[in-house]
Design a protein around this ligand. Sequence first.
Ligand code: PLP
Length: 429
Amino acid sequence: MQYYSLENKKNITGFKQAVLKGLADDRGLYFPKAITPLPKNFIKNIADYSNQEIAFLAIRQFIGDGFTDDILQEIINETLCFDFPTVKISKNIYALELFHGPTMAFKDVGARFMARCLGQINKNSDHKTTVLVATSGDTGGAVASGFLGVKNVDVVILYPSKKVSEVQEKQLTTLGENITALEVNGTFDDCQAMVKKAFLDKEIIEKRNLTSANSINIARWLPQMFYYFFAFKQLINHYKEMIFSVPSGNFGNICAGILAKKLGLPIKHFIAATNVNDVVPEYLLSQIYKPKPSIQTISNAMDVGNPSNFVRIQELYNGDWEMLKKELSGFAFTDDETKNSMKKLYTAYKYIADPHGAVGYLGLQQYGLKENEIGVFLETAHPVKFLDVVTPVIGKEIDFPPQIAKIIDKEKKAITIKNYEALKSFLFN
Ligand SMILES: *Cc1c(COP(=O)(O)O)cnc(C)c1O
């Protein structure tokens, strides 16, 4: 499969190169040259397939001759070592729980898939790759866990000091081996700015093969389409018309859902549910796309003022706003509304949602499901990752699941850095 740059469609590369580079040289995101719908019989009989088989069939065409069937299946089997249950909330509403992986955030799938792709690509060479990421919390943990022990890959994670939750910090800083956490005296935006600067710094890129591990990278973006197939498989017998509400920040997840629809999954409508960082809901109303500085909220993995995957969504609809509006609604919610949503889910349905899932639930409420529709909201993180928000709202302590209990008493190891020069000298050594 070939990928073109969204900055210049003549700029083309294969799967492996696109994974290694992350972004094209012209700074455009990569996009698959062709999207071929899957056989109708496969979709109809999806309940007969295992998750691993479904994932293989869904992503096969996007890998092309990048990997053999055997290697691709092995990557998928190692990636999907946990469940993706749908939980019934009310008559026509389900939560799709994406948090049963090692770091209890949905980003585990993309991070594990990408790590194994890089591991395979580097396997028989001494090509060394440095994955450099900035995190506001969830990405860092998933990337650290996904890449732990992968040969010829070093991971460097920048996170804002005292601005990630305790659980998230432990997930970033306790693994060791090929994972280094850099604690930055500053905000997430500062971390992001340093990472961006490093990618453009000739002195650094001469010395190190840098790649990013956010949803800009096709190997992190594409496997997110699996979730929608897994939900459909579980709900096919209740099947009415299916609506997905996706808590969105950089819009990688929902964009992969739209790709799943292009592959033939019968999804009627998508809802992009955001916090007050509402650039896309605004665009759907006004047709004007206006990036803004991000605003801090309690659903902080969605505090994004200029969603990087928006250009891919545009591409999926050929920039046709009317068409996009038919298939995608966007709604934005305040922190107070999010807390009320968490409270309602708990008191009315005994369901403990994290702030992101609660925003997804609000999206379904605002959309207003019709008689013949079922709504699925994506629960993108376990509530334990946002304890300081969730506990006071529901008035109840949450037990640590085993994945978290295992690391919470481990010793934090991080290097404090103050500025870009400190990052640079770290990367030189
Ligand atoms: C990253 C993240 C999101 C946002 O996903 P995007 O693909 O960036 O839109 C939502 N919820 C949680 C918990 C996340 O970690």
